[in-house]
Design a protein around this ligand. Structure first.
Ligand code: GDP
Ligand code: MN
Length: 377
């Protein structure tokens, strides 16, 4: 789950990371009022759960409350990478001397968190990582020892931060790591962390991505979820305990088990198809879950074939078949469906589906090929 910039910065501020004053507005008039309160010179920033807002025109400086209102008017009508802007953050404007990148994320290969930093932060950091990777500094955090001060100083030296800022930088880096641990985040990032013209170190932007699997122990953070920003499919999937990730392809996949779902997507691609989604209905799924899953898959209008791949262990094939039948009664669809049911109660499952006008398959390779064929008409 991604947090908005304003939410991330609030969490940073709670641990002592310096941020500028600001408030969220949903209308241009509100943005104007906030700008008046902050003294006129502000930056108006779209709050959408995607990076690169600056480059997309979603971050605008305003020299007066009037300009702030106009900027908010423009930004609130925008669509950034497919996401409509419904909120803006109006912050005091900073006078920037230098932009730094500072983040922490999981390094799966190293099995440790890693601090990533660069003296050349800002909106071009992704390009820099490709064109000049030596400008990106990495420092692993040992989970048993924790983040040590000398490591923060090492990072400060490596990004050639002027000495006078080291003390504050150590505090900021330590607080960032603490935020990351305490929230069970998979990413906590400040880009840019700026040195202002009056020589302060301030977090101008913030981004936190939380681990969904740890959200159950952070009721306060779970509440920060912005339902406006989520597709209705994602909301629906969560309600039924389904893991669903929308992709760009045409073949809707319904599978039990995350590993099998990945394998199914791979084999669809292997035979020249393109998966429309990842969907794991989980072990022991009952008819209601299966119905919800089919409804979610079919709500994607790009889907022109469905591949259902069930390996019945704890999950019973007859339960899945019943779910499919209920769903088909509810949703009138002409999208062809290929079903592979093997394992517990497979005969009963197949018998139930016999009259349902489905394409059946026994091996996964066979099923995938049939789904690709159906998808290509
Ligand atoms: P992002 O593009 O989504 O990462 O949005 P950011 O919040 O990082 O803003 C993008 C860029 O806008 C920053 O790298 C800054 O260069 C600039 N910017 C953001 N806030 C301010 C501000 O208060 N003053 C000035 N001068 N520039 C700002
Ligand atoms: Mn940024």
């Amino acid at each position: 789950m991604k947090l908005h910039e304003y939410q991330s910065k609030q969490l940073f501020a709670q641990r002592g990371i310096p941020i500028l004053k600001g408030k969220v507005a949903t209308t241009a008039q509100e943005a104007r009022d906030i700008a008046v309160e902050l003294g006129g010179r502000v930056v108006v920033k779209s709050q959408v759960l995607v990076g690169g807002r600056g480059k997309a025109g979603g971050v605008k400086l305003a020299k007066s409350a009037q300009e702030a209102e106009e900027a908010a008017q423009q930004i609130l009508g925008m669509n950034i990478k497919g996401l409509p802007v419904r909120k803006v953050l109006v912050d005091e404007a900073a006078e920037i001397k230098h932009e730094i990148y500072l983040g922490i994320t999981n390094d799966r290969a190293a099995k440790k968190p890693v601090i990533i930093a660069s003296g050349a932060g800002g909106v071009d950091i992704e390009e820099l990582a490709v064109s000049d990777p030596s400008k990106i500094i990495r420092e692993h955090v040992d989970p048993l020892l924790g983040f040590r001060e000398y490591q923060a100083r090492h990072v400060a030296a490596a990004i050639e931060l002027p000495r006078e800022h080291w003390k504050t930088f150590v505090q900021i880096a330590t607080a960032l790591v603490e935020t990351y641990w305490a929230t069970d985040a998979t990413l906590a990032e400040i880009n840019p962390l700026v040195i202002t013209k009056d020589n302060r170190l301030i977090a101008l932007d913030g981004k936190i991505v939380l681990d969904d699997n740890a959200l159950y122990r952070h009721a306060d953070l779970a509440e920060m979820r912005d339902l406006d920003e989520e597709s209705s499919q994602e909301t629906e999937a969560r309600r039924f305990g389904l893991s669903y990730v929308k992709l760009d392809g045409e073949i809707g996949c319904m599978v039990n088990g995350a590993g099998l779902a990945m394998g199914t997507m791979d084999i669809v691609k292997y035979f020249g198809g393109s998966p429309a989604n990842f969907l794991d209905i989980g072990g022991g799924a009952q008819a209601d879950k299966v119905t919800a899953a089919l409804r979610i898959i079919l709500s994607d209008t790009k889907v022109n074939a469905i591949l259902i791949n069930i390996f019945g262990g704890i999950t019973r094939c007859d339960e899945v078949a019943r779910g499919i039948l209920i769903a088909l009664k509810e949703i009138n669809t002409k999208v062809p469906m290929v079903v592979r049911l093997v394992g517990t109660n497979e005969e009963e499952g197949r018998r139930l589906l016999a009259d349902a006008n489905m394409i059946t398959a026994t091996s996964l390779a066979d099923a995938a090929q049939k789904a690709v064929k159906a998808s290509k008409g």
